[in-house]
Design a protein around this ligand. Structure first.
Ligand code: NAD
Ligand code: UD1
Length: 354
């Protein structure tokens, strides 16, 4: 069904079922968990990915967990021709656009790469979606778009002043989508600004499998616990926070996946361009995370304090009232679930998907 015809509704009003969804970057960390939740909710999923930072094994495992075959198409969002062809071939009703690059440090060294993939790729996907009469586009944005000046908890109306090319590539991509929606109001667009996704599916069968040395806190903590690295470097204990370490809004990846399903179902029935923070709305420090991890898993995580990491903000956590009000969604998993599920995945898959 196309956007001009509206979406399929189940006999119970307000429940959108059986949407055909193209998931770009669906073999990646957040994408694979979202594919699983989409299938669980009765939606039909096709993935397009260039597997530059992922493995097709993730989707094979989602297929096993859900007992549903999921097609994975090879495709690079930097190729308009390829993305046009994928949309023409699959005729999705909704596109969830995860495909992108996410390293702040790499974006400082290779800003062109980030603009090409995150901004150019989003433009290609959005134009292909318009051409293919897709009803809904959801976009993976980041809390990074707020930058340093925001007061916490930060709401969606706060100023956006990203401090690095990665954050700017996400903010400019948001603007592209906003302008395309203004010119084409029938295309319903949802932007999700993620805070700090962590954890894995409770089965431990799928999870986060970063290539090389993890830059993010919790994958690194898991590898220290597994013995891959001797200790965690804590980037600064002189912030003006209770224990001096940085504070973030950690959210279980299954909660984040669920938010995508709920937002997609909402956007199928509501036009316009809308932006939502997706977090738990509470801040947790680095040392608190490490301590929860040690208590829940019984594993030791030695730490050493090192200087602050360039570009880090002291505190970042979300005001989540807008997504609760509009969508009726809020996070359900607790910190202990995040660390337990992370460890379950790590201990069952010491080499990731390899
Ligand atoms: P990920 O690297 O695991 O997933 C991204 C996927 O996109 C991978 O499967 C990768 O192979 C694919 N991809 C990359 N470039 C591509 C290209 N040119 N063409 C096609 N596919 C391509 O990362 P993730 O953590 O799952 O993040 C998903 C999205 O969410 C990204 O856009 C990221 O910027 C955004 N995001 C992530 C976080 C986080 O903490 N993980 C926070 C905020 C926003
Ligand atoms: C980082 C990126 C953000 C991106 C997100 C997902 C920066 C400045 N921000 O968010 O743009 O969207 O990853 O890729 O890079 N920490 C340590 N030791 C470590 C790793 C992290 O102490 O080895 C601390 C950090 O200083 C921070 C907290 O842990 O206080 C969380 O860090 P991280 O997981 O990297 O997430 P963000 O910095 O919030």
């Amino acid at each position: 069904m196309k956007r001009s015809e509206g979406m399929k509704l189940s006999p119970a009003p307000d429940i959108v079922v059986g949407v055909k969804v193209l998931v770009t970057g669906g073999t990646g960390y957040i994408g694979s968990h979202t594919c699983l939740r989409l299938v669980e909710e009765g939606h039909e999923v096709v993935v397009v990915d260039n597997v530059s930072n992922s493995s097709i094994e993730s989707i094979k495992r989602v297929s096993q967990l859900t007992d549903t075959h999921i097609d994975v198409l090879e495709g690079d969002v930097r190729s308009k021709t390829r993305i046009d062809a994928v949309i023409a071939e699959t005729s999705p009703e909704a596109v969830i656009h995860f495909a992108g690059l996410k390293s702040v440090a790499e974006s400082v060294r290779f800003p062109d790469k980030y603009y090409e993939t995150n901004l150019g790729g989003t433009l290609n996907v959005a134009r292909a979606a318009l051409q293919g009469n897709v009803a809904v586009v959801l976009f993976s944005s980041s809390a990074t778009v707020y930058g340093e000046s925001a007061s916490m908890p930060v709401d969606e109306g706060a100023a956006t002043e990203p401090t690095n090319p990665y954050g700017r590539s996400k903010l400019y991509a948001e603007s592209v989508l906003r302008d395309l929606n203004a010119a084409n109001p029938a295309l319903s667009v949802g932007v999700l600004r993620y805070f700090n996704p962590v954890g894995a599916h409770p089965s431990g069968v799928i999870g986060e499998d970063p290539r090389g040395t993890p830059a993010n806190l919790m994958p690194y903590v898991a590898r220290v616990a597994a013995g891959t690295y001797p200790e965690l470097s804590v980037y600064g204990d002189d912030y003006s926070t209770a224990d001096g370490t940085g504070i973030r809004d950690y959210i279980h990846v299954m909660d984040l996946a669920d938010a995508h399903v709920k937002v997609m179902e909402y956007k199928a029935e509501n036009s316009g361009f809308e932006t939502w923070n997706v977090g738990r709305g509470s801040g947790v420090s680095v040392l608190e995370m490490v301590s929860r991890f040690q208590e829940v898993t019984g594993k030791s995580v030695p730490t050493k304090i090192v200087p602050r990491r360039a570009g880090d903000v002291a505190v970042s956590f979300a005001n989540v009232s807008r997504i609760a009000r509009d969508i009726g969604w809020s996070a359900k998993y607790e910190l202990d679930d995040m660390v337990a599920d992370l460890w379950h995945w790590q201990s069952q898959n010491p080499e990731g998907y390899e």
